[in-house]
Design a binder for this molecule. Structure first.
Ligand SMILES: CC(C)(COP(=O)(O)OP(=O)(O)OC[C@H]1O[C@@H](n2cnc3c(N)ncnc32)[C@H](O)[C@@H]1OP(=O)(O)O)[C@@H](O)C(=O)NCCC(=O)NCCS
Length: 177
């Protein structure tokens, strides 16, 4: 069963994510980060136990990001990863956000779901906000992949951002598909 995460799931989500973080496969998440981002998370429950999790965060009007996708080692190969990715696709569609990205080592897995490798430089700068917490930083060897939901219409991007006191700041550059 897949469902939105609750505070009760945080210790188990932390256990699953951070066991992979210790191996350098994922980014470490503190309890504080997990509580703050809890609305982004779904969990997969089997036998009354959380055995997988995924987060979908909003990057920009036309981009979401899959984060913290992991399945307990004992439960892999049974379609749970697929169900978690499907959940993110439905969630992005509900939000009417056309593209989903992932920074990953699992190229073959994401290709199964229509993700394509893209040049990291084409991603919005905001994606890199997490990198300050990553031990690899400039040495990032993850692959950037993007899936487009073709049934979600393109959004007209604002050219100027609303700012307080009449100060104008540039918006992040819009990358044509
Ligand atoms: C990647 C991961 C989430 C897959 O979870 P899973 O529950 O084993 O995946 P599923 O059983 O749903 O597999 C779905 C499909 O992907 C394939 N697949 C699974 N892992 C794969 C991999 N590493 N590479 C290529 N294909 C893979 C399966 O064979 C299956 O294909 P099929 O539908 O044609 O039979 C899991 O291995 C994991 O937690 N890895 C460690 C954390 C990680 O790297 N997360 C990604 C961070 S972005």
């Amino acid at each position: 069963m897949i469902r939105q995460a609750t505070v009760h799931d945080v210790p188990r989500i932390s256990e699953i994510i951070n066991s992979h973080a210790e191996l350098g496969r994922m980014l470490f998440k503190s309890y504080a980060q997990l509580y703050e981002d809890l609305r982004d998370f779904a969990v997969y429950e089997k036998d009354n136990k959380v055995v997988g999790c995924v987060g979908l965060s909003i990057i920009w009007a036309d981009m979401t990001e899959i984060r913290s996708l992991a399945v307990d080692e004992d439960y892999r190969g049974h379609g749970i990863g697929r169900r978690l990715v499907d959940w993110t696709v439905e969630e992005a569609r509900r939000l009417q956000i056309r593209r989903i990205m992932s920074l990953t080592y699992e190229r073959g897995f994401f290709e199964k779901f229509g993700f394509e490798v893209v040049d990291k430089d084409t991603l919005p700068l905001k994606v890199w906000s997490d990198c300050v917490r990553c031990p690899k930083r400039e040495g990032c060897d993850e692959i950037a992949m993007v899936k487009t939901l073709w049934d979600v219409p393109m959004i007209v991007m604002p050219t100027t951002a609303p700012t307080p006191k009449g100060v104008s700041i540039p918006v992040l550059e819009y990358v044509e598909e």
